[in-house]
Design a protein around this ligand. Structure first.
Ligand code: F6P
Length: 357
């Protein structure tokens, strides 16, 4: 008999349902007697005791379904030790819910912040297993997170569509790609869709180098240029500011995001019409791609095996195409960034993609 709890926390993404289904299928096929409690809206459900006993029917037909059947919310890690507005101790409340239901384990699906809270619960003595979700692919200790490949498909599709209209009008087009503080999604979608210039947070850009790359294309007879710009991209000048100065600059900026600033500068320096497209949250929406469905089935199966083994306190990740149990204490709080001198960046530069540096 196993009694487990499950929750999805932080921004949603594709394949959350596929991952939960993987865990439940793995357990129900190999364990006699299974109870699965689903907590609603992330850690909120665990804190305030909002949950439901789920049945096998809840996990039927959800492999391809986007979003999360449990709902989600952002509960910042840094506030977890702070009492809520009614003075409730959130950590104690989560522990009480766990013990009241007599859970063997909590399966927690989420990104970096979620992982930090999962590690906190581990330190508090709860049995937890973390599954790495995020379109940003920035979770340390796993080669890939689920949601990432599905989001690449969407972002690349947007850039593909922009390509045809950019070429008809001889314009410069910027597609702003999500990814928070890292450039994985922009890098992969940019390469996949043949972007000419890719701007990442990890490689601060010089606007004159960006303009040079556009002008070189014009000299080569290419009337249009496509830029894939990460939402967290930053200029060399801004990268020199400290956190406070940079925040002030952003607050005062007349531009809704970095892409509009880059577009304005390109227009002023070249005179070429420059447009911005922001696919935004569409990148997190819709069905998971087949790669993510397979990934989540594999991660889910291993999470189930770990529960059967009684091996807790791990993230189930992927290392060199092998599903791996990674101790949370070794990875929580660390960010996986794009290394500016990595092989993929060198290859992209070798093919003539500009990173504006
Ligand atoms: O972490 C996933 C992500 O989609 C980031 O790429 C993005 O910066 C952020 O979430 C957006 O958050 P929200 O859904 O709260 O607007």
């Amino acid at each position: 008999m196993k009694r487990i709890g499950m929750l999805t926390s932080g921004g949603d993404c594709q394949a959350l349902n596929a991952a939960m289904r993987g865990v439940v299928k793995g357990l129900s096929n190999n364990v006699d007697g299974l109870e699965v409690y689903g907590f609603f809206d992330g850690y909120k459900g665990l804190i305030y005791g909002k949950y439901r006993l789920l049945t096998s029917m809840d996990f039927s037909g959800i492999l391809t379904k986007g979003g999360t059947i449990l709902g989600t919310s952002r509960q910042p890690f840094k506030l977890m030790r702070e009492p809520d507005e009614n003075g409730l101790n959130k950590v104690e409340a989560m522990k009480q819910t766990y013990y009241k239901l007599n859970l063997d384990c909590l399966v927690i699906l989420g990104g970096n912040g979620t992982q930090k809270t999962a590690n906190l619960l581990r330190e508090e003595g709860l049995n937890v297993i973390h599954l790495p979700k995020t379109i940003d692919n920035d979770i340390y200790g796993t080669d890939i997170t689920f949601g990432f490949q599905s989001a690449i498909d969407i972002a690349a599709d947007v850039i593909d569509c922009i390509h045809t209209t950019a070429s008809s009008h001889s314009r410069v087009f910027i597609v702003e790609v999500m990814g928070h503080k890292v450039g994985w999604l922009t890098l992969y979608a940019g390469i996949a869709a043949g972007a000419d210039i890719i701007l990442l947070p990890e490689i601060p850009y010089d606007i004159d180098k960006v303009v040079e790359a556009i002008q070189k294309r014009s000299r080569d007879g290419k009337g249009f240029t496509i830029l894939a710009v990460a939402e967290g991209a930053i200029s060399k000048k801004d990268a020199k500011l400290n956190k406070k100065e940079y925040r002030k600059k952003v607050e005062k900026s007349p531009y809704p995001s970095v892409s509009y600033e880059v577009a304005d500068q390109i227009k002023k320096k070249t005179g070429i019409e420059t447009r911005v497209t922001v696919p935004g949250h569409t990148q997190r929406g819709g069905s998971p791609c087949p790669y993510d469905r397979v990934l989540c089935s594999r991660l889910g199966a291993e999470a189930a095996q770990a529960i059967i083994d009684g091996d807790f306190g791990n993230m189930i990740g992927m290392k060199s195409n092998k599903v791996t149990r990674v101790p949370l204490e070794k990875v929580a709080g660390k960010l996986k960034v794009v290394e500016p001198d990595s092989q993929i960046i060198k290859e992209a530069k070798f093919m003539g993609i500009s990173f504006g540096n």
